[in-house]
Design a protein around this ligand. Structure first.
Ligand code: PMP
Length: 418
């Protein structure tokens, strides 16, 4: 036996043997209801037959042709299919492999197109783990610890985290917009600010939906100052929140939309979309990447978008999300340790707190571990690690949601009523 082992610490002790739909079958012979989905990656469920078939077929046709050199059919088709769901006006797409790379491409484009250096991010945002993406990430010090200096030109503004401040949503939005205006006066002038970068739902930062009024406020300021609005839809996009894009809960439209994860059901592909006018002010010819827009991943992406449309998965995410939050919300009244149960569609966060309202990461971790023992896979998130997040596949059924609620309740009872 080799002494080598995978580098990173695993959140659960489960080793996957095979997986199908909402289920992971472990090498331990146990079946686990998967409410992690690789953080929303296996959007159409594990190994959806149409995605499997599309990838299988593509492997025998052409595995890779670098699309900046030789275009291939799956990417043309994927671009056409994306065109059907992208906001009007975002008619140019650049492909990469991961969310981090796409974020970097978006920031690079924003700087080149505006000629301005600075990017404003919002507290608790997560944008990836490469050095630039980690520099834009404020979802926890662990994401940037130990490799300073980070990329320069990043400024952080408050996020309207109403629960944490103990305010209603509108008060939190007004506060955060006022602080943003102050940041633009005190630290990074509009003429030095290329972009605002934000997620429609903070993901790793704690499963916090960005209030629609806040996104609208950002859009208004972006227009006023010639700043670009970059929406990181890597986790919240592709149907997850019950709308195709997470920002569609507001009226704000992005200048650059960033997508990845759920786009190809587990195959690595990411994209940024912008208007052709904006894209052409940036880096045509200077941007690329060896594997970006890989043919097999693109074929899986086409099948994924077809399945999302044909099986009504955006609507399913909305309905099953309502069922999930409806089933778990009562826990907030039942246990003092559960401060908040919140979410949008199939992105649900349960925030654990001490009696004084401070973050209780220990209980969150204990509950997350207990869910595995109860046959339900979950994850923690948030800068303090005190939020348990549930991210079912978009194909999840009503029965599976009921079972997930039952197993989550049993896990909480196991930890809090020993
Ligand atoms: N942005 C968001 C919102 C994400 O959730 C993630 C991944 N958790 C990323 C960017 C980075 O994506 P990747 O891990 O594919 O680089």
């Amino acid at each position: 036996m080799s002494s080598l082992s995978p580098l990173l610490k695993q959140a659960t002790p489960v080793i996957v043997d095979h997986a199908k739909g909402s289920w992971i079958h472990g090498t331990d012979g146990q079946d686990y209801l998967d409410f992690t989905t690789g953080i929303g990656v296996t959007s159409t469920g594990h190994c959806h037959p149409r995605v499997v078939e599309a990838a299988r077929e593509q492997v025998g046709r052409v595995i890779h042709a670098q699309y900046t050199t030789v275009m291939h059919r799956p990417l043309l088709e994927l671009t056409e299919k994306l065109g059907e769901v992208l906001p009007t006006g975002l008619d140019s797409v650049f492909y990469a492999n991961s969310g981090s790379e796409a974020v970097e491409a978006a920031v690079r484009l924003a700087r080149m197109a505006t000629g301005r250096p600075n990017i404003v991010v919002f507290q608790g945002g997560f944008h990836g783990r490469t050095v630039a993406a980690a520099s834009l990430t404020t979802a926890g010090t662990k994401f940037s610890a130990g490799f300073a200096p980070l990329m320069a030109g990043v400024h952080m503004a408050p996020f309207p985290y109403a629960f944490r401040y103990g305010w209603d949503e509108q008060t939190a939005v007004d506060f955060a917009l006022r602080e943003l205006d102050y940041l633009l006066l005190s630290r990074t002038a509009p003429h030095d600010t290329a972009a605002f970068l934000i997620e429609p739902v903070l993901g790793d930062g704690g499963y916090l939906p960005t209030p629609p009024a806040f996104l609208d406020g950002l859009r208004e300021r972006a227009d006023r100052h010639g700043i670009l609005l970059l929406l990181d839809e890597v986790q919240a996009g592709c149907g997850r929140t019950g709308r195709f894009w997470g920002h569609q809960h507001s009226t704000a439209l992005p200048d650059i939309l960033i997508t990845a994860k759920g786009l190809a059901s587990g195959f690595p592909i990411s994209a940024i979309a912008a208007s052709t006018a904006l894209m052409s002010k940036g880096w045509p010819g200077s941007q690329g990447g060896t594997y970006g827009g890989n043919a097999v991943a693109a074929a899986a992406g086409c099948a994924t978008l077809d399945v999302i449309r044909d099986e009504g998965l955006v609507e399913n995410a909305r309905l099953r999300g309502e069922q999930l939050i409806g089933g778990l919300k009562p826990l907030q009244g039942k246990y003092a340790e559960i401060g908040d149960v919140r979410g949008l569609g199939l992105m649900l966060g349960i925030e654990f707190v001490h009696a004084d309202g401070s973050a209780d990461a220990e209980t969150a971790a204990a509950v997350q571990q207990a869910t595995t023992r109860h046959g339900l896979l979950s994850l923690t998130c948030g800068p303090a690690g005190n939020v348990v997040r549930l991210i079912p596949a978009l194909v999840v059924t009503a029965d599976e949601i009921d079972l997930g609620i039952e197993r989550f309740q049993a896990s909480v009872a196991h930890v809090l009523e020993p």
